[in-house]
Design a protein around this ligand. Structure first.
Ligand SMILES: [Zn+2]
Length: 436
């Protein structure tokens, strides 16, 4: 363990007992901090991990971890909507790294990354975490005594390793074609609204659009607060008319669990029943405000879904008060951990308000788990590996503090007001090249 860890938690704990105000967040100051990307073509993607690289890395880490870490394949991406009917349906393995088991006497935290395949720094940060947790330091051992940590570093392996014109071109979406008749629905049933039929991606070049031609889904809309929802187990006429109507086939409702990836992650969630679930994403660019020109490295959120009524069963879901409190504490501690004077690190914000019951975070929060959304700035294609060292730290430092807070119980002393006072998202930059 580096000594950085203990120095991180102290100021946070101190600040908390003093009843922290928004003064915990650095005061505005005009400090431009690029680099902004000038030419999409110049970004080196060469150092990103292929699926094969990731597998090798994880296998090596497991070997050197002296039994501390267990590497499993939780499931596979696949090309059929109804599970792995044949070996040929199995796509890429979806890895699950376990530190500790699902012991109910331990605190449990599940971390997923790269649900969107073009959000690669999240997976790299996950690898860094795995490396830290595999080490034999005293602090790590103290954490793992009390806390079980499961990490899924890349839950969209198809998008992560997508090719376009023979070159590596990671995409947001999974690979899978909507074939309603395979799950018992009429062949003309409308696809879930988050289906990407032509296999296209927004881009800065090619007039704003790249068509790589492989259909797929936004996996992060395919979850459902009803974790057991499966099209094939429902009244198929009801599901078909739900899909065929625009008033119901939209983001206000949970997803349809048509991707093997979302099913796999959900089954891990159900087995582990974590206290805390963290999903690591990437976002666009913005500065703190007109006065404060710092580029926002990361945004957090403890809430992404409102109370929900399952349209099929009528069952109601809501986030319990104590679950919300812990979620705010986890997010607050994370934001505080990054306050280091007026550095880039400190320019954290809250993710904009959303109501997305079809996201993994939304669905799991509505099932008694405290959540944290981490949104690092920049996609693979916009930022490449630039600033990746700093951006990985915006994930690993907060999470190490959260692990420790869960282990020694200090997380429960964090003032939730700190979360409420994290500055709101502001000042989006549509085109980072137009900004100085
Ligand atoms: Zn994302």
């Amino acid at each position: 363990m580096k000594k950085k860890f203990s120095t991180v938690i102290l100021p946070a704990a101190l600040a908390l007992t003093l009843g922290v105000s928004s003064a915990a967040f650095a005061t505005p100051q005009s400090t431009p901090n690029g680099p902004y990307i000038e030419d999409n073509q110049n970004n080196s993607l060469a150092s990103f991990m292929s699926n094969e690289d990731l597998a090798k890395k994880l296998q090596n880490l497991e070997k050197s971890a002296n039994g501390k870490m267990k590497l499993e394949i939780a499931g596979y991406s696949n090309l059929a909507p109804d599970g792995y009917q044949t070996e040929a349906d199995k796509g890429e393995p979806i890895y699950l790294v376990k530190f500790g088991d699902n012991d109910p006497n331990k605190k449990r935290i599940l971390i997923t990354a790269q649900i969107h395949g073009n959000e690669q720094i999240g997976a790299e940060a996950a690898i860094d975490l795995i490396q830290k947790l595999s080490s034999n330091g005293q602090e790590v051992n103290e954490i793992l005594d009390k806390v079980s940590i499961w990490i899924m570093p890349r839950i969209n392996p198809e998008g992560a390793d997508n090719l376009y014109e023979g070159k590596w071109y990671p995409t947001r979406y999974t690979h899978q074609t909507w074939l309603p008749e395979n799950i018992g629905l009429p062949a003309d049933t409308v696809a879930p609204w988050y289906y990407n039929k032509d296999g296209s991606e927004r881009a800065q070049n090619n007039e704003g659009r790249v068509v790589y031609g492989i259909p797929g889904y936004d996996q992060n809309r395919d979850y459902n607060p009803n974790l057991d929802f499966r099209v094939e187990n429902h009244n198929l006429d009801e599901v078909a008319s739900f899909l065929n109507s625009r008033t119901t086939n939209n983001s206000r409702y949970g997803g349809f669990y048509v991707t093997a990836e979302a099913r796999t992650v959900t089954s891990v969630f159900q087995e582990f029943q974590p206290d805390v679930f963290v999903d690591v994403h990437h976002r666009g660019f913005n500065t703190v405000s007109d006065e404060d020109n710092r580029s926002v490295p990361v945004q957090f959120a403890a809430v992404v879904a409102e109370p929900y009524t399952d349209p099929f069963t009528g069952k109601q879901y809501e986030v319990d008060e104590d679950v919300l409190t812990l979620a705010k504490q986890v997010n607050a501690l994370s934001a505080l951990t990054l306050q280091k004077g007026n550095s880039h690190f400190g320019a954290v914000q809250k993710y904009p308000n959303v109501n997305l019951p079809g996201t993994a975070l939304g669905a799991f929060a509505l099932n008694d788990t405290s959540i944290m959304l981490i949104e690092i700035k920049g996609q693979s294609q916009t930022l490449g590996q630039k600033q990746s060292g700093m951006l990985k730290e915006t994930v690993t430092q907060p999470l190490m503090a959260v692990f420790k807070g869960l282990a020694d119980g200090s997380i429960h002393e964090v003032d939730t007001k700190v979360y409420d006072e994290i500055p709101e998202s502001a000042n989006p930059i549509k085109d980072p090249t137009s900004r100085n």
